[in-house]
Design a protein around this ligand. Structure first.
Ligand code: SAH
Length: 515
């Protein structure tokens, strides 16, 4: 492996050297050369994985792991610039075969059963037999199922003709327990010779602890349908994280890289600074992992989660770990927090671990109403984290420090834990940053502050400041953040935008279709 990586480094140096010369070449040549570089990089990737360019899962497979970590660190730092320090990223010691959940779509090609992944953005199946990041046992089981389908004469489902039985297979493995779940997703509830099939599969893989038939008879890109039947075992597997045991159903969210997840959760709980007395909320709690791990160090914990199966798992997990100071609620996290806030609750610590789309203003505003001293934000998307930190700032929470953890080696994804603390009114600080530097609203809006200033100057001869533009944007309801140049005290005054400048700014906003 190391040898391949070194060769790759060498190739890269050559490319970079050529790149410098290309900068001097004509545009047309440049474009051609960039294409050649891309092709070469793709070829390099394919030496390691024959389907890397079609799959699109491991964008960084051809980059040495240390470089990947540096890149992720830089990306997170860039996004959190102006918010807080980012500690050194926690990488993985052996960054391969870490995915504990493997999904394979099944189909036919030239009379042969194939299984693999959909080519990015299509429903064309790219056969995969081996993957550098998936659990090897899971890949083996999927290979066995391909063989069994042939001997049992079970047809794979044909999406175009709506004919056939097996659509997908999902394998989940508990890394600490070794328990294995196999989910057979079928297009019809009728599964001929089901018992013999299950028996044959178990014979080849005695490590399988549960087999589930999931019915998905809809025209949908979702893998799992609503109805399930347990064909063998308990219908769930268990895994151990940070000393607690968790039961995981087929549809519940569970982090895909448990080795790194332990580091992530340990950091999140440590950042919360619990002393044993606190009232804690674990929002977007999934099967209750963070809340359950934290509960041993807290007074009491409430978890909230939208997925009903996950909530069921969470309740069982609390029982399984003999934890009595935790309750779980099935609800939208934003709605739940609004209700809690309006009933006058105060909480001490909030953990939130939302999906990639991040949290919501309603959620964040309700957090502020309940006034926890610390908020620990666990994020799988640093872009929405940065967006939400801006809202937190607006309601009086400052990001103190952040830790990046690489849960997804060879892909572009990264997890981040960010600790926020409540700003007491006497601690409000004057934000010295330049508006354009700080301005994340430019990403949401259509023109930057500089463009607006230039437009105003050109059309009305007036010079306007970023502060005035921000004030007018705020009046027009197109800015979320009002913490720019926070006054030192309640009494300090900020200059207000004069009416004639306001008119000129509004004209510019109209011109840029922002109002
Ligand atoms: N904290 C858990 C789960 C994190 S993944 C863990 O570490 O395992 C994000 C979770 O948010 C998922 O379980 C998803 O079902 C849940 N979710 C998504 N939207 C939600 C919403 N609006 N309200 C509450 N939970 C939501």
């Amino acid at each position: 492996m190391a040898e391949i990586c070194n060769q790759r480094d060498f190739c890269r140096t050559v490319i970079e050297g050529e790149g410098a010369k290309k900068a001097l070449a004509k545009d047309r040549d440049n474009a051609e050369n960039v294409e050649k570089e891309k092709k070469k990089e793709r070829r390099d990737g394919e030496k390691l994985c024959p389907v890397s360019s079609k799959c699109g899962g491991c964008q960084f497979l051809d980059m040495p792991y240390e470089k990947q970590l540096k890149k992720k660190q830089r990306d997170v730092e860039q996004l959190l610039k102006g918010f807080c320090k980012v500690h050194k990223i926690a990488g993985m010691d052996a960054p391969f075969y870490y995915r504990n959940k493997v999904h394979a779509v099944f189909g036919y090609r030239k009379g042969q059963v194939i299984s693999g992944i959909y080519r990015e953005g299509t429903h064309e199946i790219v056969p995969v037999e081996k993957c550098w990041i998936e659990d090897q046992k899971a890949d083996e089981i999927i290979g066995t199922i391909r063989g069994l389908l042939k001997s049992f004469k079970i047809r794979t489902y044909d999406e175009d003709r709506g004919y056939g039985l097996l659509r997908h297979v999902l394998v989940r493995r508990g890394f600490a327990t070794g328990q294995v779940m196999v989910v057979l997703v079928t297009a019809s509830p009728v599964f001929p010779s089901k018992n013999n099939f299950v028996k044959a599969l178990r014979q080849k893989h005695p490590e399988i602890t549960t087999i589930i038939q999931n019915l998905n008879d809809r025209e949908t890109s979702m893998v799992l349908g609503d109805r399930e039947k347990v064909l063998y075992g308990k219908g769930y597997i268990e895994d151990v994280l940070c000393g607690c045991t968790f039961r995981i159903s087929s549809k519940s969210f569970y982090q895909v890289n448990p080795v790194q997840t332990e580091k992530l959760y340990a950091k999140a709980v440590e950042a919360a600074g619990l002393t044993g007395k606190e009232f804690v909320v674990d929002a977007y709690c999934g099967i209750g992992t963070i809340g359950i791990i934290a509960s041993r160090k807290a007074g009491r914990v409430i978890g909230v989660e939208l997925n009903q199966d996950a909530v069921r798992d969470a309740v069982e997990n609390a029982k399984r770990n003999r934890i009595k100071n935790i309750r779980f609620y099935h609800n939208d996290a934003g709605v739940f927090m609004e209700e809690m806030a309006s009933s006058g609750e105060h909480v001490d610590v909030v953990f939130l671990d939302p999906p990639r789309s991040g949290s919501t203003e309603a959620f964040i505003q309700s957090v502020a109403v309940m006034g926890p001293d610390r908020v620990v934000y666990v994020s799988c998307n640093p872009e929405t984290l940065a967006r939400d930190l801006k809202v937190f700032e607006k309601v009086g929470y400052r990001a103190e420090e952040a830790w990046a953890v690489d849960l997804f080696p060879h892909t572009g994804h990264v997890e981040t834990v960010c600790l926020l603390s409540k700003l007491h009114s006497d601690q409000h600080i004057e934000v010295e940053l330049q508006m354009d530097e700080l301005d994340l609203t430019a990403a949401e809006s259509k023109a930057t502050y500089k463009e607006i200033k230039d437009y105003v100057l050109e059309h009305s001869g007036l010079k306007v400041s970023s502060l005035y533009i921000a004030q007018v944007k705020e009046k027009c309801g197109i800015i979320e953040r009002v913490n720019y140049n926070l006054p030192k005290s309640e009494n300090s005054r900020q200059p207000k935008c004069p009416p004639e400048k306001e008119v000129a700014i509004r004209e510019a906003l109209e011109y840029f279709h922002m109002i």
